[in-house]
Design a protein around this ligand. Sequence first.
Ligand code: BGC
Ligand code: ZN
Length: 382
Amino acid sequence: MKAVGVFPETRQVALVDHPEPRLTSQTDVKLRMLEVGVCGTDKEICRFEYGTPPAGSSYLVLGHESLAEVVQIGPEVSRVRLGDVVVTSVRRPCPHQTCTACRLGRPDFCFTGDYTERGIKQRHGFMTELVVDDEQNLNVVPADLRHIGVLVEPLTIAEKALTQVWQVQERLPWAWVSLDRSPDPIHARGNDDAGPGRCHTAVVLGAGPVGLLGAMALVSAGFATAVYSRDSDTSEKARTVRSIGARYVSAATHTVPQLAEEVGSIDLVYEAVGASSLAFETMKVLGTNGVFVFTGVPGRKAPVPVDTDLLMRNLVLRNQVAFGTVNAGRDAFEAAIRDLRLFNDRFPLAVSSLITARVPIEAHGDLLFGDPGGIKNVISFA
Ligand code: BGC
Ligand code: ZN
């Protein structure tokens, strides 16, 4: 079976002949891969800066953003059926009894760091023809969303972040969210401006896939949303941003203080660019009672000066919260699938335009090395 293998020892990335996996438990499911997205994490792994093969293997099969079709099921499988289209979660629990998060099925909050991740850390990933996983790690995507289903995993990052934003903002006595206390506040959207983020302003840093999907989620939740990125005002990305009803502010023409002046008091910053100096620069203009969410993982370079007195004064005097968020649980996968449907109804062209290239597995090098351009590029097995 063809697979993209990363060999950290010999510093090679190559198409390998990988053994076909078999069902080993009653609840295992065999999947035929349809599409696998490429992201910054994959490129880092291909530069041998990150990523670990499974014990006993000289290579790691790359790929964690997947879309697949169910082709075989174990005798006790009940969550999926043959022919279903599914997205597989990425992280698996650590083995320690003391890790409350993993024992409760939330390895995205693992305390010990001994979790594994498919295609990233000690578990083979999805850039291959067939894979096997337990049904509990699979999330069914409605067939009519198959053309954009590979966006589910990158969208889970925003969904997990938003869930936490609602939880954090319940600290406010008039609660942003409890105004709409429905069992599913994120999706309690009667009309365009009725989401829990209504009357609030959000800034997204970065117009890559995580940023643009985050912007779609924020617009859908009712935020007046601005995306700040280095692309020009006339770029394709700027047009995409405007087409979903968000504002585009180019870093080429606006400094961070000018951005703040344009958008007014900022209630939420969703960082999706992985540039720490830009992030901390923007934290300086976060508004009163605001929340700052970090999702990027910057490479470690030399230390950069930061105005810590100003940041600390603001955090205290303006009741601000900053948090980081990684990976996602089942709830975020389910929310991502629901939101993808919403995006597909509201801005079908914008959401499908996020997928900018589909290449066969033989051309993996074009997407993993250099700068192929585009937004979300995927390996397609069709
Ligand atoms: C993936 C996450 C993963 C993280 C860290 C990201 O690219 O989307 O699922 O937890 O990398 O390994
Ligand atoms: Zn990723």
